[in-house]
Design a binder for this molecule. Structure first.
Ligand SMILES: [Zn+2]
Length: 359
C-alpha cells in the first residue's frame, strides 16, 4: 500500500525548532527572500512595482526612485501595521502549515505567547491572504459541485427528557436561521499527470446561486458532477453534466460527488476537532483555508509556509480585519454561563470568557 504523504520525509522540510531558534535578523532575511522572490529577495516597491530605490534606513526602509514613496518589507501588505516580530510571524506560518485541519487562535496564542486577539487576527489575515491568492483560479476537467450547511447547532439539551420535545421545537427554527451554506467546486485529481485538483468555495444563500459562478469560473469543456438537487438543473444547459442520486448510490455509472463530500468532511473535522464551532461571519475564511490545504495536501510543510508568506506579501491591507478588536466591544459573559468553547468561535464570547477567567 502506498505510504500516506504526511508520513513520508518529503512532507516535513521545516521544523518549528529551526524557525523558533532563528535570530530576528535571520528571520527577516528569510521573509525578505520569500516576499521579494521575483527580484531575488531585493526590494520591490509595493506602490508602483519599481525595483530601483535608495536606502533610508539600513536594510529596513527604502525610497522608490520611480514614485518617490518610501516603503518597508510589509508596507502595502495585509501585515502593514505588524507589531509581531518577524521570527514569530515566520513561526506562526509554520505552525499554521503543520495544522492540516487548521489551528485555533487559542492554541497559537499559547504557542507564541501572544494575546488571543493578536493570534486571532494574525490567523485570519493569513487565511484572507491565502484566499485572495486563489480568487481568480479557474477550474477545468472533471469538477464536482456540492453544498453543505455549517453552524446553527442546538444548545445543550435540558436535563429532563420530558422537556426535550418543547426545547427542540423552540430552538430548531432559530438554529436553522444561523446555518450558513458553503458550496464547493472541486476539480478531480488528474491520474495521468498526478496533478492535484483545485478547489473553490463560496458562501451562498442557496445552491442555485452557484450556477452563475460556475458559468464564470469553469472552462466551457468541463464535465460537472452534481447530486439530484433540482437547484443544479440549469448546469445541464451550460456543461456536460453527470448526476448522482444519493438516496440510491454513492457512485453510479461514473457519476459521484465523493471528492466534494470529502472536502466537507475535512471542514466538519476542523469544526469538531479544532475550532469546536466555526462562527457564521468568518465561515468563508475557514472554508478558503481548508480548500487551500486540501489542494496543497501533497506539498511539504516548508513549501506551504513559504506559499503563505508569498501570499501575505501580495495581499493588500484587509478591509475587515484592520482595527478589528478596537472597533468592537466584548459582550459580558458570566462565569455561570460560559460559551461552549474558548477556541475560534464567536470571537466576542470567547474573549469575554477568556478575560473573565483571568480576572
Ligand atoms: Zn514606487
Amino acid at each position: 500500500m502506498a505510504q500516506h504523504f504526511l508520513l513520508s520525509p518529503q512532507a516535513r522540510t521545516v521544523s518549528i525548532l529551526s524557525v523558533a531558534s532563528m535570530s530576528e535578523k535571520r528571520a527577516y532575511a528569510k521573509l525578505k527572500r520569500i516576499i521579494w522572490d521575483a527580484n531575488g529577495g531585493k526590494p520591490i516597491c509595493p506602490h508602483c512595482g519599481g525595483i530601483t530605490h535608495w536606502e533610508i534606513e539600513d536594510d529596513k526602509k527604502w525610497r522608490c526612485l520611480g514614485c518617490r514613496k518610501s516603503f518597508s518589507l510589509t508596507s502595502g501588505t495585509i501585515f502593514k501595521d505588524r507589531k509581531l516580530s518577524y521570527r514569530k510571524l515566520l513561526t506562526a506560518c509554520v505552525i499554521f502549515a503543520n495544522g492540516v485541519m487548521g489551528v485555533s487562535a487559542c492554541r497559537l496564542s499559547r504557542e507564541l505567547d501572544i494575546t488571543y486577539k493578536s493570534a486571532w487576527v494574525l490567523l485570519h489575515k493569513v487565511r484572507e491572504a491565502m484566499g485572495l491568492d486563489e480568487e481568480t483560479a479557474q477550474l477545468a476537467g472533471i469538477v464536482e459541485i456540492d453544498g453543505a450547511v455549517f453552524g446553527g447547532s442546538l444548545p445543550k439539551l435540558p436535563n429532563s427528557k420530558s422537556l426535550w420535545d418543547e426545547f427542540r421545537k423552540k430552538n430548531k427554527v432559530a438554529a436553522k436561521k444561523r446555518q450558513k451554506l458553503i458550496v464547493v467546486m472541486r476539480e478531480r485529481d488528474d491520474p495521468q499527470t498526478g496533478k492535484t485538483g483545485k478547489l473553490r468555495t463560496f458562501l451562498l444563500g442557496k445552491e442555485g446561486d452557484a450556477i452563475e459562478i460556475a458559468r464564470n469560473i469553469l472552462l466551457p469543456d468541463t464535465i460537472v458532477h452534481a447530486d439530484m438537487s433540482p437547484q443544479w438543473e440549469p448546469l445541464q444547459l451550460l456543461f456536460e453534466t453527470k448526476r448522482i442520486n444519493h438516496s440510491e448510490h454513492f457512485s453510479h455509472d461514473g457519476a459521484c460527488t465523493n471528492m466534494a463530500e470529502s472536502f466537507f468532511e475535512r471542514m466538519r473535522s476542523a469544526e469538531r476537532g479544532v475550532h469546536k464551532h466555526i462562527s457564521g461571519a468568518h465561515l468563508p475564511r475557514y472554508a478558503m483555508e481548508l480548500a487551500w490545504k486540501e489542494q496543497n495536501r501533497r506539498v511539504s510543510n516548508g513549501s506551504q509556509a513559504a506559499m503563505m508568506i508569498g501570499a501575505i506579501g501580495r495581499a493588500p491591507p484587509s478591509k475587515t480585519l484592520v482595527g478589528y478588536w478596537q472597533g468592537r466591544k466584548a459582550k459580558p459573559v458570566s462565569n455561570d454561563n460560559p460559551p461552549a468553547s474558548v477556541n475560534d468561535q464567536d470571537d466576542d464570547d470567547a474573549i469575554a470568557y477568556l478575560t473573565g477567567r483571568k480576572a
